[in-house]
Design a protein. Structure first.
Length: 381
């Protein structure tokens, strides 16, 4: 059986190559409000059908939808697709309000269809390698992790024409990203660390901002630090900085356990590195080793990746996220990043905004896996 896929958001085609690497999948439809652009993009990528109206695409015989529109459209379009009987792969974040997350969860549960969030940073090869090492017990009991997303996106807050010239008109990012306070875009930083924490859930969120020093056009502060206290008492620290003038570093992580630790590169020749108690270093003389020395812990499919699959993007991760989504549609496994993960990771953004606006006050995380949690949820200010 061939799985037919439609994509909404013609400027978000990062999944295209991944789908094309799979023999039993076809991209048959592309939808975008910009009629000229959607036709141009479809023609250049060999996609046969184009639509301006999303519901018109949903009325066709496609089996699945990729939602790659601006983030404030993710939940309305996902719900419409699920109610039309389509499986959904949604870009991050899952939604923009707490109510939306409950609507999303309830619709997925009622639909019987596959929903998966496309958090591709979980699929970075080194993050998958660390996950396998955690599962093997090499780090012992992991109790602290960090994730950072440092990416100056101020230029994306204003519209540019097709020749790249600025028009000055604000884009959706001006409000939904740089117009928000707190960790508005946490899932790239949070997702891999949450997977390393092995089923633990976030109990509470606290957030602190650095203030406005670089560009006072935006409500987003230069840097926001968010602390996630886990149900187990363990701790995750996130830094989101999309304002500061600095080189990008969008995938920095650390992990600390009772038997070892890991740090991602900082730049300028740095490399992925680990230390393990099993290395036998004398106490107080511990030395980093390259993560590449432990290549046997890279998942087998990453070792056998083809050049075509690697070309899908994000260090090959963009192919494997598609492979997992298609495998879930076939009923061979559950979605790797399901609606409960999507809601909890996204809720960090919403709760962090409430926290930072109330002096860093601790905000309780609802339990999206508990059907009674919504009725009992009280946001304490």
């Amino acid at each position: 059986m061939t799985i037919r896929v439609g994509i909404v958001g013609a400027r978000g085609l990062s999944t295209l190559q991944g789908f094309r690497c799979m023999a039993d999948v076809e991209i048959t439809a592309l939808c975008d409000l910009d009629a000229d652009y959607v036709k141009e993009a479809a023609s250049s990528h060999g996609i046969p059908n184009t639509y301006r109206v999303f519901e018109d695409m949903l009325d066709t015989d496609i089996d699945a939808v990729v939602v790659s529109t601006p983030m404030q459209l993710h939940v309305p379009q996902t719900i419409a697709a699920l109610q039309a009987g389509k499986h959904v792969l949604s870009e991050v974040t899952a939604g923009v309000t707490m109510d939306e997350l409950w609507w999303l969860k309830e619709t997925v549960e009622a639909s019987g269809k596959v929903y998966m969030m496309a958090e591709n940073y979980c699929y970075i090869p080194q993050n998958q390698q660390i996950l396998q090492m955690v599962k093997s017990g090499m780090f012992g009991d992991v109790y602290f992790g960090e994730g950072e997303y440092l990416h100056d996106i101020r230029s994306l807050a204003f519209r540019h024409n097709r020749k790249g010239a600025g028009t000055g008109a604000p884009t959706w990012r001006n409000y939904w990203q740089l117009g928000k306070r707190g960790a508005f875009y946490p899932t790239h930083s949070l997702g891999p660390v949450m997977q390393w924490f092995g089923g633990d859930r976030i109990r509470s969120v606290s957030c602190f901002g650095s203030g406005w020093h670089t560009d006072k056009r935006f409500r987003q502060e230069d840097t926001s630090i968010t602390l996630c206290q886990m149900e187990s008492g363990k701790l995750i620290k996130l830094r989101v900085d999309c304002i500061s003038k600095r080189p990008h570093n969008m995938n920095y992580y650390t992990l600390q356990g009772t038997k070892g630790c890991y740090e991602a590169p900082r730049g300028l020749g740095d490399t992925h590195k680990i230390w393990l108690d099993s290395m036998g270093d004398p106490e107080d003389r511990e030395q980093w080793r390259p993560l590449s020395d432990y290549g046997e812990y890279l998942p087998e499919r990453y070792k056998n990746v083809t050049e075509e699959q690697r070309a899908a993007g994000h260090w090959g991760g963009d192919y494997f996220i598609i492979e997992d989504f298609v495998t879930a549609i076939k009923g061979l496994r559950k979605p790797v990043i399901d609606v409960y993960d999507a809601c909890e990771w996204t809720a960090v953004a919403i709760l962090s905004e409430l926290s930072v606006m109330n002096g860093g006050r601790t905000m309780d995380m609802p339990d999206f896996r508990n059907s009674k949690s919504r009725a009992n949820q009280i946001i304490k200010l």
